[in-house]
Design a protein around this ligand. Structure first.
Ligand code: GAR
Length: 209
């Protein structure tokens, strides 16, 4: 299975969705590390209880590039091949983004390119939109930019507040992220990895007589 590292800042419900989806035998990825820029992030406690390696370090007082270099080192030590940002509320240094170019995804609670940044649900309601939603995209140097891999629209109901809309959107996020990550990992697997798998399967076959 492809090794995924998840970066979180808090609750970690998207991380949990990825983690539980990965328990299916046919899921092409596994979560090998959950790292947070807050050692108190509740998601770290859940990941640890589920037997996943965790790393928590406060970014406070550290230069962005220096902090990201530590996270990068932890990801590499764990053998991570793909990074999933899941509510990681911190801008990444250009060095980190370049190092993981094409191998790092993010989930954002809007129908991108609408409403990059914060307060996405409030902005969708204020604009009178019929739908909010969520997007999974490849991370590039620009915030909440980069090619969109999948989206789910979520109807805005009369009387919705940012909180009620966020709660409903979160259900869609959990479905979308694991599916898009699984598809992406399957597509991006290196020829070397595929060759290794083919060899392993061939070795496991009983000898033809
Ligand atoms: C999610 O709604 C995610 O889409 C959003 O933060 C929440 C994290 O919740 N991310 C962003 O706004 C990134 N720009 P979680 O910790 O329970 O997954």
């Amino acid at each position: 299975k492809a090794k995924v590292g998840v970066l979180i800042s808090g609750r970690g419900s998207n991380m949990a969705a990825l983690l539980y989806a990965a328990k299916a035998d046919d899921c092409p990825y596994e979560i090998v590390l959950v790292a947070a820029n807050d050692p108190q992030a509740p998601g770290l406690t859940l990941a640890a209880a589920e037997g996943v390696a965790t790393f928590g370090l406060s970014h406070k007082g550290m230069k962005r590039a220096a902090f990201d270099a530590i996270i990068d080192g932890e990801l590499r030590r764990a053998g991570v091949q793909f990074v999933a940002l899941a509510g990681y509320m911190r801008l990444l240094s250009p060095e980190f983004v370049t190092a993981w170019e094409g191998r790092m995804l993010n989930i954002h609670p809007s129908l991108l390119p609408k409403y990059k940044g914060l307060d996405t649900h409030q902005r969708a309601i204020d604009a009178g939109d019929s739908h909010g939603g969520c997007s999974v995209h490849i991370v590039t140097a620009e915030l909440d930019d980069g090619p969109v891999l999948g989206q789910t629209p979520v109807a805005i109901l009369p009387g919705d507040t940012p909180d009620t809309l966020a709660a409903r959107t979160l259900i869609a996020e959990h479905q979308l992220y694991s599916r898009v990550l699984a598809d992406y990992v399957m597509r991006e697997r290196s020829p070397e990895w595929l060759l290794g798998r083919v060899r392993a399967i061939a070795m496991a076959q009983p000898e033809a007589d």
